[in-house]
Design a protein. Structure first.
Length: 532
């Protein structure tokens, strides 16, 4: 994500200030990522739900085709870190850049994680601290719940992330007093610049709210935060009483689920900043680590026109992290009108040219957007073609083609908003470009490469003959995976007695009846539809 470019004052319609978008040649890439399980990939991927993300299987389809172990794979709009993590899981150097501080934290937690021994030690330390200090934190939680809002009792912010501030009413309504006391203590103790604490914070954001016993609050779905005013109205109207949940037990269970597949095969790099500077900053960070400083593959999904307000739909998670959601939304690009968005995309692609190898392949996942606040967008259903004509071609890129990925309506989280969901994307167009003819030919030649889907997170394209060993990626020498919970304390999700059932079957995000908002929280006005 990047800083919002200025649009023209008084603009009444969303038009196209660029050459007419041509119809581009198709690229025959089989969309076999759609045939994989929704949670295919490294177990770190579902650390925390994140709207407008593409599946790890899609990232793998291009990582396996167009990169080799040791190559750098870059995503200048990293979001929750899907591309960067999957690249690390497959022995590449994944680099993710995003302006959103929550996105940066999630990416960093995944591509530069601690070991289970470090996590276990820190979790034990926090649990012991709660045992010794629980009474004052419980008293603070009770007082905050009794008197929330701007004139209420100040509570400590995250360590190093701002001054004490009263607890917002909508936060107080979400948690049982004991759970809130634990949340406040842990929130004040975590240092988000520390690798271990950052991972714990990312895991906690993934269990803050959801519609099952795995989550600390049940008032909202896990995939996004309902509008604060609707949370307040719902609680007042229904008399909702939050159930007591133990943060330490829930966090330990979450960590066990995340580490089912061990650590990624290599470490990556997460940077917070403007996508237009992503190339230069990535090269600097790579050189500082004595790594190749140019990416051989870029897989990214640029922000769409006003489709997602990342701060607004993650307000409770951002409160926990000490981030102002309004400031995040004001800084990101998602509110562009098309004639301001295209120059921005051109700047991004210009900045990437010096950061990619001569034979690099760039894959831009661009969704169709039909409406913006009810107004039809000119050429919104051909946004990939518009990006090519107005941003990529003028910067000297060569076109390999466009592959289509129809977004299945029943898999979109935005279906809960009903008819208003028409503004979200129905088709993703994968614009495949290259900086040179060498890269374009590599993109064309690799399009027919069959992909091995046998090992989620460590697969490679089938470029070897039967019986021939596949290329080996450097293996991390960190401690092997170990359970953070004792066997008798293992978390058993609802409706899975004894822990039976498919791994991570209850993890987010996917269509799930028990993780949708209560009927009272479903009015269309709760928020505009978004792509998911």
């Amino acid at each position: 994500m990047s800083v919002r470019p200025r649009s023209r004052p008084g603009q009444l319609e969303i038009g196209l200030a660029a050459p007419t978008a041509p119809e581009l040649p198709s690229l025959a890439i089989e969309a076999d990522w759609k045939d994989q399980q929704r949670l295919w990939g490294h177990p770190f991927h579902p650390m925390c739900s994140y709207l407008a993300m593409f599946p790890a299987a899609l990232a793998h389809a291009f990582i396996a085709r167009y990169s080799r172990p040791g190559d750098v794979v870059l995503d200048p709009f990293s979001g929750r870190g899907t591309t960067a993590l999957q690249a690390c899981a497959e022995g590449r150097v994944g680099v993710g850049v995003d302006l959103n501080p929550m996105a940066h934290l999630l990416t960093a937690a995944k591509v530069d994680p601690p070991t289970t021994l470090q996590l276990g030690a820190r979790l034990s330390e926090l649990r012991l601290r709660w045992t010794e200090e629980s009474e004052p934190w419980l008293e603070l939680a009770r007082r905050s719940i009794a008197s929330p809002g701007p004139l209420g009792v100040p509570v400590p912010g995250p360590r190093g992330a701002g001054p004490d501030a009263p607890l917002p009413l909508e936060v107080a309504l979400c948690f049982h007093p004991r759970t809130l006391g634990q949340v406040l203590m842990v929130r004040s103790a975590l240092d988000l610049d520390d690798r271990t604490d950052r991972f714990l914070a990312g895991a906690i954001t993934g269990i803050l709210h959801g519609r099952s016993a795995s989550y600390l609050s049940e008032v909202m779905p896990n995939s996004f935060s309902m509008a604060p005013r609707y949370v307040r109205d719902f609680v007042a109207r229904t008399g909702f009483q939050p159930p007591e949940r133990d943060l330490f037990r829930g966090l330990a269970a979450k960590l066990d689920r995340l580490f089912r597949g061990g650590l990624p095969r290599s470490r990556g790099i997460a940077l917070q900043g403007d996508a237009r500077d992503a190339g230069a900053r990535a090269r600097e960070a790579l050189r500082a680590r004595a790594l190749p400083d140019r990416a051989r593959l870029v897989v990214t999904s640029p922000p769409y026109l006003r489709v997602v307000k990342y701060g607004y739909y993650n307000w409770l998670r951002m409160w926990f992290l000490g981030i102002d959601p309004a400031a995040v939304d004001a800084s990101l690009d998602d509110g562009h009108q098309l004639d301001a968005w295209l120059p921005f995309m051109r700047d991004v692609l210009r900045g990437l040219r010096e950061a990619v190898t001569d034979d690099a392949v760039l894959v831009l996942v661009i969704g169709d957007v039909e409406l913006d606040r009810g107004r039809r967008i000119t050429n919104g259903s051909a946004l990939a073609e518009t990006v090519w004509a107005g941003a990529a071609e003028p910067e000297g890129y060569l076109l390999a083609g466009v592959a289509l990925d129809d977004v299945l309506a029943h898999r979109k989280m935005t279906r809960i908003w009903g008819v208003e969901a028409g503004r979200a994307t129905k088709t993703d167009r994968l614009l495949v470009i290259a900086p040179t003819e060498l890269g374009r030919r590599r993109a064309l030649a690799g399009s027919a490469t069959p992909i091995d889907w046998g090992r989620a997170g460590a697969s490679v394209a089938r470029t070897t003959r039967p019986g021939q060993a596949a290329p080996r990626a450097p293996v991390r020498d960190d401690a092997p995976p170990a359970s953070i919970l004792a066997p008798d304390a293992a978390d058993v999700p609802p409706r899975r007695p004894g822990g039976h059932g498919p791994a991570r079957a209850h993890e987010e995000p996917r269509p799930r009846a028990d993780d949708q908002p209560a009927p009272e929280l479903r009015p269309a006005a709760a928020g505009p539809p978004v792509r998911s």
